[in-house]
Design a protein around this ligand. Structure first.
Ligand code: IMP
Ligand code: MG
Length: 180
C-alpha cells in the first residue's frame, strides 16, 4: 500500500500519537483511581485509539462499544443521531468515559452525552484524540483532548475517507484529487 502519491501532509506521526495516547492514559489513571470506569468506544473511528489508550490505563476498567450515525439524508452532522449499536452493559453507578476519534461540530457527542446521562451513570466525560475547535456548532465538555487540529479532513489511525485508510498507523491529509 503506497500512500505517497495521495498524501498531502503527514499531520501526526506514529510516535507522536503513541506518546500522546500514553500521556492521556496516565492522566485518566490518576483521575479515575478507585472508581468504576467504563470506556465507551464510538465505532468505527475510535477503535485504534481505544485499543492503544486502554493499554495505558492502569485500572480495572470495563469496555463497551456504540455505533451511531447521523440520522436523515444530510451529509453534514445534523445532531439527530441514530444508534446503530447500543451498549451491552448497564451504566448505573459507573463513570463513563466516551472514547472518540474526532470532534468537529460536536453535534454527535452532544446527543450521545445526553443519551448516556439519561441512563443514570455516576458521570459522563469525553476523551477525544482529535479536536477541530473551528468546526464547533455546539458546546461539548471535553475533559481529555489529544490534539487540537486545523479545519482539514484527516484520515488514518481509525479515521476514514469512504471507509479507507483506517488501518494506517498515523494521521494524514489526503490530496484534493482523491476526493474528485
Ligand atoms: P461531529 O462532531 O458531530 O461534526 O462529527 C464528528 C464525526 O464526524 C466524527 O466522529 C467522525 O466520524 C467524522 N469526522 C469529522 N471530521 C473528520 C475528519 O477530518 N476525518 C474523518 N472523519 C471525520
Ligand atoms: Mg466517529
Amino acid at each position: 500500500m503506497d500512500l505517497n502519491h495521495i498524501t498531502k501532509e503527514i499531520m501526526i506521526d506514529e510516535v507522536s500519537l503513541l506518546n500522546k495516547v500514553k500521556e492521556l492514559g496516565e492522566k485518566i489513571t490518576r483521575d479515575y483511581a478507585d472508581k468504576d470506569l467504563l470506556l465507551v468506544c464510538v465505532l468505527n473511528g475510535a477503535v485504534m485509539f481505544m485499543a492503544d489508550l486502554m493499554k495505558s490505563i492502569k485500572l480495572n476498567v470495563e469496555i463497551d462499544f456504540m455505533a451511531v450515525s447521523s440520522y436523515g439524508l444530510s451529509t453534514k452532522s445534523s445532531g439527530v443521531v441514530k444508534i446503530i449499536k447500543d451498549l451491552d452493559k448497564t451504566v448505573e453507578g459507573k463513570h463513563i468515559l466516551i472514547v472518540e476519534d474526532i470532534i468537529d461540530s460536536g453535534l454527535t457527542l452532544a446527543y450521545l452525552i445526553e443519551n448516556l446521562k439519561s441512563r443514570g451513570p455516576e458521570s459522563v466525560e469525553i476523551c477525544t484524540l482529535l479536536n477541530k475547535p473551528s468546526g464547533r456548532k455546539t458546546d461539548v465538555p471535553t475533559k481529555y483532548v489529544g490534539f487540537d487540529i486545523k479545519n482539514e479532513f484527516v484520515v488514518g489511525y481509525g479515521l476514514d475517507y469512504a471507509e479507507k485508510y483506517r488501518n494506517v498507523p498515523y494521521i494524514f491529509v489526503l490530496k484534493e484529487e482523491v476526493y474528485s
